[in-house]
Design a protein around this ligand. Sequence first.
Ligand code: GLU
Length: 421
Amino acid sequence: MVGAGEEWNSELYRIATAQFDRAAAVLELDEEARARLREPRRALTVNFPVRLDGGSVVNVTGYRVQHTLTMGPTKGGIRFAPDVSMGECAALAAWMTWKCALLELPYGGAKGGVRCDPTALSDEELERITRRYASELIPIIGPDRDIPAPDMGTGEREMAWFYDTYSQLKGYAVPEIVTGKPAVLGGTAARPSATGLGVVQIAEAACEHLGRRLSDKRVIVQGFGNVGAVVAEELSVRGATILAVSDHTGGIHDERGLDIPAVAAWVAEHGTLTGCPLGAPVGRAEVLELACDILIPAALERQITERNASRLRCEMVLEAANGPTTPGAEAVLAARGITLVPDILANAGGVTVSYFEWVQDQQKLVWETVAIQDRMRRLLRSALDRVVETAERRGVDWRTAALVTAVERVSTAALARAIYP
Ligand code: GLU
């Protein structure tokens, strides 16, 4: 017989589960509570026809997984990538639950994905895919049910199509159905840079906590997309030295520090870092092993593994991506005394500003960008304080402390609501 929840089994899901189990053990949660919190509540698979520009029709598969329904509506991004699976969405949905709980946002976690290669599709094809996927999700989404947002391979443009499709079906504008929309449609100007800026705000707070100064740090950033490029820019503005950056094709390196605005301008013109003359070329895996103070994986999951963990030469890993470090690698880093700032804290700025966007849309009020960024900073700092306090009180690492804080909040809420019926 196939076990319960086999549908979302995947390597990433097993990592999320192993992390959850570690926190549940610290909290001494009973098996009933663990079973209730560990697995997603809902998972929808959709498979829909899309006409390509050449006239042919292909079937496209998409998912939406909602992990916890206890805390309010669910929240989380939608990724477009060639290897998206339900198992991957399930892991990422669980992390969204813990991320929202750690930040004390009134959401459970969700994640969706469409299995496609956005780089191989035209704008028109992507629009047809986004709109059809949005209408396929109608039975389970809504401003008070589940609110999507951008993730890998999606951005403001896709959110605008999603919003428009939903609004057409309702017959009136419903901006609060998605976050990460263009500002002119009720999005917030602070959202596109929020995840990256949040990573830097957490880096600042973590350095302060450890008695160090961010401006003295030598940093390497893996990933130069929505998150990585903002991280590199905001860090260099704060005086940190960016030694290397990479994207999915490769990277560049300069021991004296890269001129990040010039690199960003080069990438804006050429679309990739490959061939960029502003540093010596370096491979995208190799970049992780260069000596630095802070290593920031800001690209894909499972980049730091048992294979390369012993070769990292940094004092801190700051997880801007979701799930970039495997549990085996984490043990190696811990044994080597490398501090790990976990994803659910480090990259929580994105969903925090999404929350502000959703509140503004519901209230029909517009907040100022500086007020949003300042509010995000305060929420992130108090989340970091909670993590540090829990780590010290319970004698655990920061990832376990972050998860313990989050799992404790959700399990308390679940207990208060009891089991229905
Ligand atoms: N996809 C982002 C994340 O992983 C943001 C989700 C959101 O804003 O709802 O945190």
